[in-house]
Design a protein around this ligand. Structure first.
Ligand SMILES: O=P(O)(O)OC[C@H]1O[C@](O)(CO)[C@@H](O)[C@@H]1O
Ligand SMILES: [Fe+2]
Length: 191
């Protein structure tokens, strides 16, 4: 149900601490919905025997997918690891690949993994009070390396669409893990 009229001005509350709005429901992504994306498949199977943890959630507010509108909302990545790999979003290219996006971190800490189709990549730190510009042409995945929920506000062109296929086949060229207590970027062994 689309509860907002996107042709009129409106306001919506987002809590600065937990990112949640009292007036909308989040879309939730559980481990079972992204289990192939983690390196340690034994750890995945072991966890899923007992529970199906919530990895992240975000608001899809029903913005029409038309040029000129701006889709926005908050994303909350919960703290945790699968094996030694930090909880993260699936990540995606935009279907209109040359579409940028902005994330403003409200709480917590982590990284954005960015990767272009031709393999240029970098990790950018996300921390409270900082805006992160995701340039056109880059797939983006949010990774929570802290011990609290990583909460960010995002906004992008509403007609951009999401392309998961490109990244779902092999993943990203790099992964982010905890090694000897340190946040470490490793080559993706499956790439
Ligand atoms: O689409 P993914 O990779 O599951 O991640 C969800 C996040 O990305 C967005 O699609 C924005 O790019 C938001 O809806 C949400 O913040
Ligand atoms: Fe995006």
């Amino acid at each position: 149900m689309n509860q907002f009229n996107w042709d009129k001005a409106f306001t919506l509350d987002f809590d600065l601490n937990n990112g949640l709005s009292k007036h909308a429901d989040t879309t939730k992504r559980y481990l079972s919905q992204m289990k192939n994306m983690y390196q340690d498949q034994e750890a995945v199977e072991e966890i899923l025997k007992h529970e199906d943890p919530l990895i992240y959630e975000f608001y899809e507010l029903g913005c029409p997918e038309r040029a000129g509108d701006l889709a926005f909302g908050t994303t909350m990545i919960h703290p945790g690891k699968i094996g030694n790999e930090y909880y993260m979003t699936k990540g995606h290219f935009h279907q209109i690949v040359d579409t940028a996006e902005v994330y403003y971190t409200l709480k917590g800490e982590g990284y954005m993994m960015l990767e272009s189709l031709d393999g240029d990549w970098r990790v950018e730190r996300m921390e409270k009070g900082k805006a992160l510009y995701v340039p056109r042409g880059y797939a983006h995945r949010t990774i929570n390396t802290g011990d609290e929920v990583l909460t960010a506000f995002y906004v992008f062109d509403a007609d951009a669409g999401h392309d998961y296929g490109t990244i779902e086949t092999k993943g990203y060229r790099h992964i982010v893990c905890e090694i000897n207590g340190e946040v470490t970027v490793l080559d993706n062994p499956r790439w």
